[in-house]
Design a protein around this ligand. Structure first.
Ligand SMILES: Cc1cc2nc3c(=O)[nH]c(=O)nc-3n(C[C@H](O)[C@H](O)[C@H](O)COP(=O)(O)OP(=O)(O)OC[C@H]3O[C@@H](n4cnc5c(N)ncnc54)[C@H](O)[C@@H]3O)c2cc1C
Length: 503
């Protein structure tokens, strides 16, 4: 960068930070001077983007457009762990807020900051060594599925290609392979972490095991910045995918049968029941039942045929499709190059769209009694009749998720049979008032379902309005996570509204 350009960009940064102080953020007076920026720039191997840079506003935004107003003062895109050390030291020296970002999908905008955004996008290397994969902290799920499946391997992870491996793994990681191969964090063998004091630690069952425990479900941005992750992989197999769609009037007996039937399915089979509805009050919500199998196609064919025979009501539509593994996992990328199969903040060639969204979750143990199902259906009906769009997804858990004991990792919901996700996803530009109304609906859903739910919530479906979030996300693991926070981030350099508190 030329000196003149640097200074003009540095000036823009200073203007931004002055705005920050006015906005009441906790910046201390010692702002960096031009010489400090130059020193950082000289040693940093990756890319530093200041507000004047043409790419700045593209990379500043996260997946959820609700947080577009939170503009970072600087985007640092590290190439090496040493870059992360440098930026952490810089942030500490000048007491600037700092957050990490991988996929930028956090529901509550926790990878947005008015300070330094450490965007791991350039650290996205994926390398398969035998049956384990080393994955850079900036890799997105689409790239992982694409690259690993070319070598006949994969890892258990989520369904959306733009989600980042770091946030997903650190918070748990659910997906269609979890009943067979465990959560994403269960497949984690090692993580390289830069702590706030600049130490680069290897974390595994053997090295720094307590920290490793906390990284498997304790959440992103809590104890340091992860730079590399090593995973156990599994051999890919064909995916048989069955769908059936039911009218809303038939939902009660179908859902009831589904929750009993699905719990006895073999672990190769994954299933989800979902209600979707639009704001069009004339169109009743639809119940979708999905079952997929990773291999075991004969088993699923038999199970599906039995299930259809036992059904009290017939679906108005159904299909059974056999997919190649990569085609199934990358279905959002159909017709796109991988660089295009990204969200705008992830690639200059991106073609996927961002949304404005709100979400929350619940966990359930065992099948819900009729009163619980009635309450759920009433809530869906009411919301739809009020003219609001939305979705509720009940995802089957169990299988390999229970192969680890409750205390083996920080993820606190292994005993649950179902995870419910409450979701409102709207186009970019939707009025914040409407989205805040959706936030309130999430809380209302949790209260409605409280008599039957565990009270837990999935950290990766972050709900910024959860009242007792330490208990809901972490249950009895919270005190242990607090000890880790005190040990590895004393003074809470890394903080956001639901970051683990030291006391
Ligand atoms: C469209 C969509 C689909 C989803 N599908 C699934 C799914 O199928 N299964 C599932 O389990 N979840 C799913 N999720 C939830 C998802 O797991 C979480 O939102 C997750 O936190 C996203 O990770 P990210 O890296 O994309 O997000 P980010 O916003 O980049 O990061 C999330 C958190 O981790 C921190 N962080 C990021 N990188 C690092 C790092 N290198 N070191 C330390 N901390 C870091 C951030 O600061 C932030 O606090 C989905 C979310 C969305 C929006």
């Amino acid at each position: 960068m030329h000196r003149r350009e640097f200074f003009s960009q540095g000036a823009a940064w200073l203007t931004a930070t002055a705005g920050l102080q006015l906005a009441g953020c906790q910046l201390k007076p010692a702002l960096p001077e031009a010489a400090d920026w130059q020193a950082l720039q000289r040693s940093f191997q990756g890319q530093l983007l200041f507000p004047a840079n043409a790419l700045f506003s593209r990379f500043a935004k996260a997946a959820n457009s609700r947080f577009d107003a939170i503009q970072p003062a600087l985007i640092a895109r590290p190439k090496l762990a040493a870059d992360v050390q440098l930026v952490l030291a810089f942030a500490r020296q000048f007491q600037l807020p700092l957050v990490g970002r991988c996929g930028g999908h956090n529901y509550a905008g926790y990878s947005c900051t008015p300070g330094i955004l450490l965007d791991f996008a350039l650290m996205d290397q994926i390398e398969l060594q035998g049956e384990t994969a080393w994955v850079g902290a900036g890799a997105k799920l689409g790239d992982l599925y694409f690259q690993l499946s070319q070598q006949g391997r994969s890892i258990p992870a989520g369904s959306c290609v733009g989600v980042g491996i770091s946030g997903l793994t650190l918070g748990g990681g659910m997906g269609m392979a979890d009943r067979k191969y465990g959560l994403t964090c269960d497949a984690l063998l090692e993580a390289e972490l830069v702590t706030v004091d600049g130490a680069v630690l290897r974390c595994s069952e053997q090295q720094n095991p307590e920290l490793f425990w906390g990284l498997r479900g304790g959440g992103g941005g809590q104890f340091g910045l992860v730079t590399r992750l090593q995973f156990r992989t599994f051999p890919t197999a064909e995916v048989l995918s069955c769908h059936a769609y039911f009218q809303f009037e038939q939902a009660l007996p179908v859902l009831n049968l589904w929750q009993h039937w699905s719990r006895q399915l073999p672990r190769e089979l994954w299933s989800q029941a979902a209600f979707w509805w639009t704001e069009d009050q004339r169109k009743a919500p639809v119940l979708q039942i999905r079952v997929s199998s990773l291999g075991a196609t004969k088993e699923l064919q038999q199970q599906w045929a039995t299930w259809l025979r036992r059904l009290p009501a017939q679906p108005f539509e159904q299909d059974v499709v056999l997919h190649d593994y990569a085609e199934y996992m990358l279905s959002d990328c159909a017709g796109l190059e991988m660089a295009q199969c990204k969200l705008p903040h992830q690639s200059e060639q991106a073609r996927l769209r961002r949304v404005a969204m709100a979400g929350s979750s619940d966990f359930f143990r065992g099948a819900m009694p009729k009163a619980g199902l009635d309450a759920l259906l009433d809530a869906v009906r009411q919301r739809q009749q009020q003219g609001h769009s939305g979705g509720i997804l009940l995802t089957l858990m169990g299988g390999a998720i229970r192969d680890l004991a409750h205390d083996d990792t920080a993820f606190a919901h292994r005993a649950a049979d179902f995870c419910a996700q409450y979701l409102v996803s709207r186009p970019v530009g939707t009025a914040e008032k409407e989205l805040q109304q959706a936030d309130l609906w999430m809380g209302q859903m949790r209260r409605t379902m409280a008599p039957w739910s565990t009270g837990g919530a999935y950290l990766n479906y972050t709900d910024p309005l959860l009242s007792n979030w330490p208990q809901a996300y972490y249950a009895d693991h919270y005190p242990r996570l607090q000890r880790l926070k005190r040990q590895y981030d004393p003074g809470s350099v890394l903080q956001f509204s639901q970051s683990i508190k030291e006391d």
